[in-house]
Design a protein around this ligand. Structure first.
Ligand SMILES: Nc1ncnc2c1ncn2[C@@H]1O[C@H](COP(=O)(O)OP(=O)(O)OP(=O)(O)O)[C@@H](O)[C@H]1O
Ligand SMILES: [Mg+2]
Length: 304
């Protein structure tokens, strides 16, 4: 079953499509990385799923049911833009207000549960305004986790966090999916970070979904290359270009694309008077895949 299934979803503002006949499929249990440039329609899509905006057309199904269905709405938690907390109140008080709004039973127990998930049991009495950005983001996730949702929608939750903050956030998200059975939709610009945890990706451009794929499919689609180091990079590049289709210089290495036979490259370079000091097989990551995809004209991209 899919946690989210969207078909032909559109939303326009003043006659301009922010979301343009978008399709999206998020399997249950996924950490779905939602990627796109500024203004491509990520937040709008998320607000539509959460029912904060009304679509012009299209269909949104959550766990196989109409997204407006009250029974399914209570299974969705979201953190879009900010946590909406009162700065002068403590983390606990903020969570309590939300627990009351949601009409939850066993409120204290539920608050302790979500604070534990976001590793903030020790900070319950801290005023929200005293929290670091990383802590505020975690409080936002705790708010979204109240009531034990099956689907969590997070808009750029790792933006602005330091390395440690990002690591904790990654661990929390993996924990939520693996140990609490939650599906996570997360938008982010930080592709390197996303790549460490995402099981699926959706790439949006100008309101349209241009590619959806699993992490395994990305792995299969990613171009392989061999990176080599020689003393005379310019000369070696000229020699390699005579034999191989795509050769680029990057960070002091020559990259020979769509090849994984290191021996033949070493032998060929040696024949041409270049001694290889380093050589390594590689695969392009999400970031480079994305940049390459975005550099293609819109019409040539895959529709799904
Ligand atoms: N309430 C609104 N009124 C008018 N235009 C809007 C509104 N919300 C979004 N837009 C427009 O819709 C488009 C998509 O915006 P959206 O915020 O969904 O993009 P995004 O992918 O989340 O961008 P970012 O990465 O900057 O957060 C933009 O052109 C934006 O200006
Ligand atoms: Mg946004």
């Amino acid at each position: 079953m899919n946690a989210i299934e969207i078909r032909g979803l559109s939303k326009s503002f003043r006659g301009m499509y922010a979301v343009d006949h978008l399709n999206m499929t998020v399997p249950v249990g996924a950490i779905y990385g939602f990627i796109g440039e500024n203004g491509s329609g990520k937040s709008t899509t998320e607000k539509l799923i959460c029912g904060h905006l009304v679509p012009n057309e299209g269909e949104i199904k959550l766990f196989g049911r109409e997204y407006t269905d009250a029974g399914v709405r209570v299974r969705v938690g979201a953190l879009i833009e900010n946590a909406g907390c009162f700065p002068g109140s403590s983390i606990y008080q903020n969570l309590m207000m939300q627990a009351i709004n949601l009409n939850l039973e066993n409120r204290d127990e539920e608050i302790r549960r979500v604070l534990k998930i976001v590793r903030m049991e020790q900070h319950a009495s801290l005023k929200f305004k005293k929290c670091s950005l990383g802590m505020k983001q975690r409080v936002g996730i705790a708010m979204a986790l109240l009531g034990d949702p099956a689907l969590l929608i997070l808009d750029e939750p790792i933006n602005g966090l330091d390395t440690d903050g990002m690591r904790i956030m990654r661990e929390i998200l993996v924990d939520i999916t693996q140990n609490y059975g939650c599906t996570v939709l997360i938008s982010s610009h930080l592709l390197g970070e996303l790549e460490k945890i995402a099981t699926h990706y959706g790439i949006i451009r100008q309101g349209k979904m241009i590619v959806e794929m699993s992490a395994a499919e990305l792995e299969g689609r990613a171009r392989v290359f061999v990176s080599v180091k020689t003393k005379d990079l310019v000369g070696a590049k000229t020699a390699l270009k005579a034999k191989y289709t795509t050769v680029k210089e990057e960070d002091g290495y020559l990259r020979v694309y769509d090849v994984d036979d290191t021996e033949s490259i070493v032998e060929y370079l040696l024949q041409n008077g270049h001694v290889v000091s380093e050589i390594k097989k590689n695969k392009i990551g999400l970031e480079e895949y994305y940049v390459e995809l975005m550099s293609q004209p819109t019409a040539q991209k895959e529709e799904k």
